[in-house]
Each structure stands twice: as structure tokens, then as C-alpha cells.
Design a protein around this ligand. Structure first.
Ligand code: ZN
Length: 178
């Protein structure tokens, strides 16, 4: 292998991460990856055949949490929450995603820049907005003539509409948002 080839090896194998020397600033996604390198979902829950108890409500007739090894993620059918190891840690410890991220980063001595903190807070605000929007659309559907349509023509039951917050987005929603 020539000298030049050696220099071109992927940056992940280089100690400095391929960046100029000096204090390295971690991007939001890099902080998440670093945490995921330190801790995994199977370390936080007791898995049996890829399933575990609900991290929020505990034991049920059958383990409701499903672990997906290929994507290092989970989904719980009982509380309908899912995500990565940080999401799981947040549920287990009743934290927001941001709080869980900071606690884990702290624990594993991963430095978070001010900029990243702002990014996390912004992300949480956006998620809240999505939740509000989903709720608004769901309520909008209940009040609209399409509710019967969705049940009869689409075959969704009342429970499914409620559980999955199936909604109706139209101009009346837009008028709230703009
Ligand atoms: Zn659950």
C-alpha cells in the first residue's frame, strides 16, 4: 500500500476523525451516535426473544416492547412509543429526549457544545408542535363530515382513529398555523 493510499483511509479510522486539530465540535447526530456506541437497548431492558416489558407501564400479559437489532431501535405496542436507546432511557427515567441526551452524554463524558443544546431544544419544540398538530387534525376529523367517511369507506374503527390519531388537515387547521 502506498503512502497516499494510507492517507485516504476512511476518516472514522483516524484518531482525529479527519478534522483539523483542535477541539472537536460534535454535531447533534454525532452525539447520538457516540451515545449509541456506549450503550445499547439490550443493556437497558431484559430481552427475551427480542421482546421486553413496556418501559412505561411494566408487565403486561405479553411483552409489548419489540427490539429491532438491525436498526438498534424499539417499538412498544402498549404505550406506542419507540425510537433509539436515548428514547428508551428517556421513557425509563421519565425525561424528555433532551434531558436523556444530556444525562447520557454526561455519563459517558461526551462533550456537548452550546450550539448542540440549542439544537436539542429546537428539536423538542418541533416535536411538541407535531404533537399539537396531530391532536388538532384528529379533533378536526371528529368534527368534520369525513369522520363517517373514514370509518365506513376506509374501514377504520373508532379505536384505530383514536389510537393512531388519524386526522384531517384542511384550511381550518392552516388558519390556526399561519
Ligand atoms: Zn410501552
Amino acid at each position: 500500500m502506498s503512502e497516499k493510499k494510507k492517507e485516504e483511509k476512511p476518516k472514522m479510522f483516524r484518531k482525529d476523525g479527519g478534522k483539523p486539530k483542535g477541539k472537536k465540535k460534535l454535531k447533534f447526530s454525532e452525539i447520538i451516535s457516540k451515545i449509541e456506541e456506549k450503550i445499547t437497548i439490550p443493556e437497558l431492558v431484559e430481552l427475551s426473544h427480542g421482546r421486553a416489558e413496556c418501559p412505561e407501564f411494566g408487565n403486561t400479559s405479553a411483552p409489548s416492547l419489540e427490539y429491532f437489532e438491525t436498526t438498534s431501535s424499539f417499538y412498544c405496542f402498549k404505550c406506542q412509543r419507540g425510537g433509539n436507546v436515548i428514547n428508551l432511557f428517556a421513557i425509563q427515567n421519565k425525561l424528555t429526549f433532551g434531558e436523556a441526551l444530556f444525562q447520557l452524554a454526561n455519563k459517558f463524558k461526551i462533550q456537548i457544545e452550546e450550539q448542540s443544546k440549542e439544537e436539542v431544544e429546537l428539536r423538542e419544540k418541533i416535536l411538541k408542535l407535531y404533537e399539537i398538530l396531530a391532536e388538532m387534525c384528529y379533533r378536526n376529523l371528529l368534527d368534520s363530515k369525513y369522520y363517517q367517511f373514514v370509518m365506513e369507506k376506509r374501514g377504520f374503527s373508532e379505536n384505530v382513529i383514536k389510537e393512531y390519531k388519524i386526522g384531517y388537515f384542511n384550511d381550518s387547521i392552516k388558519s390556526y398555523l399561519l
